[in-house]
Design a protein around this ligand. Structure first.
Ligand code: AMP
Ligand code: ZN
Length: 138
């Protein structure tokens, strides 16, 4: 019996109550085209069970999503002849998540596709790096 949230838009997609353009399915995951794509072929990989975000699931569940995303990335790359792939995955409002059923974005990339990294690159403060390293490893 799968875990479902009846108010969740992605659970409704899994149940077929909301239409989607499915491109991949296995026992525990589906992938479909994003309807507000960052680019051509932008797809979402989701677990069939309702899990809100990375922090609310077992590592094995996350690993399953990542494995499915790898298959979807290869499918998109081979069919669309994309030059690269960007995968990202947002968690909670502060992490830019807007649909609270965990998902991975798989975005085929081309060198001239005009997408930009969402942050400006700047060197870290070395004292901050030292302090963080201590905090995370002590
Ligand atoms: P996030 O901001 O990481 O939570 O991503 C949610 C994504 O779901 C966005 O890229 C939306 O464009 C996409 N999305 C929302 N509703 C649908 C839908 N009905 N079908 C396909 N993609 C959707
Ligand atoms: Zn859901």
């Amino acid at each position: 019996m799968s875990e479902v949230d009846s108010s969740c838009i992605f659970c409704k997609i899994i149940a077929g109550e909301i239409p989607s353009k499915r491109i991949y399915e296995d026992d525990h995951h589906i992938a479909f085209l994003d309807i507000f794509p960052a680019g051509r072929g932008h797809s979402l990989v989701i677990p069939k069970d309702h899990h809100v975000d990375i922090h609310s699931m077992a590592a094995e569940v996350y690993g399953g999503i990542a494995t499915a995303a790898k298959k979807v990335a290869d499918l998109l790359q081979s069919r669309l002849q994309s030059e690269g792939t960007t995968i990202f995955q947002m968690n909670r409002e502060a992490g830019w998540q807007t649909v609270f059923h965990a998902h991975m974005h798989v975005i085929p990339r081309w060198s001239n596709d005009g997408l930009h990294k969402p942050w400006d690159i700047a060197p870290a403060d070395s004292a901050d790096l030292d302090a963080l390293h201590t905090l995370l490893t002590e």
